[in-house]
Design a protein around this ligand. Structure first.
Ligand code: HEC
Length: 156
């Protein structure tokens, strides 16, 4: 290795180590009140629960699995950002009690998966098994429709 290259490698290595200390976003799993979860407030089928667990819960619930690389900068910044944003938009651990809001969320869920927007592409690359088949999409949308109907009926 030439002198210059060796120094570059050393500087990069030091920077990498320093990065680990400068920005350490909090990776939290807020406490879960089971009575507020989507499972407790909808009639969820085991098939749908399995799909959500496999493909959505890491970003849309309070029981995120934080893999080892999610603790290493700069990956940790992206991962934490996705989880924080994901939870803000939709959190299966804090399902709305309000019927209209719940109905809105159900429609959104079907819309996002139908258009292939979710799970995020960057997540699918690493979690290959999270990619939804067209059968998964149908399973989700059949369920969200049935659930919306149930909500409307229980209102009358
Ligand atoms: C890697 C993290 C990640 C995964 C996995 C993931 N999402 Fe998301 N989701 C996000 C983020 C970030 C947002 C908010 C920003 C955006 O709309 O792109 C979001 C937004 C949403 C929204 C709200 C859209 C809106 O316009 O407000 C819905 C609904 C949604 N996701 C459903 C799902 C479903 C269903 C799954 C599983 C099939 C899933 N997501 C998997 C990160 C994720």
């Amino acid at each position: 290795m030439s002198g210059k290259l060796r120094w570059s490698v050393i500087i990069l290595a030091v920077l990498f180590v320093v990065l680990q200390f400068v920005a350490r976003p909090a990776k939290t799993n807020p406490t879960i009140d089971r009575t507020k979860s989507i499972e407790a407030n909808t009639h969820m089928t085991p098939e749908v629960a399995t799909i959500f667990e496999r493909s959505c819960n890491d970003c849309h619930s309070n029981h995120t699995r934080w893999p080892w690389y999610s603790h290493i900068a700069p990956v940790s910044w992206f991962v934490t950002d996705h989880v924080n944003h994901g939870r803000k938009h939709l959190n299966f651990s804090e399902w709305p009690q309000d019927r209209e809001q719940a109905d809105y969320r159900l429609r959104e869920i079907c819309g996002e998966v139908k258009h292939g927007m979710m799970p995020l592409a960057s997540y699918e690359v690493i979690h290959r098994q999270s990619k939804l088949s067209s059968y998964d999409v149908k399973t989700i949308c059949d369920w969200t429709r049935a659930e919306s109907e149930r909500l409307t009926q229980s209102q009358e």
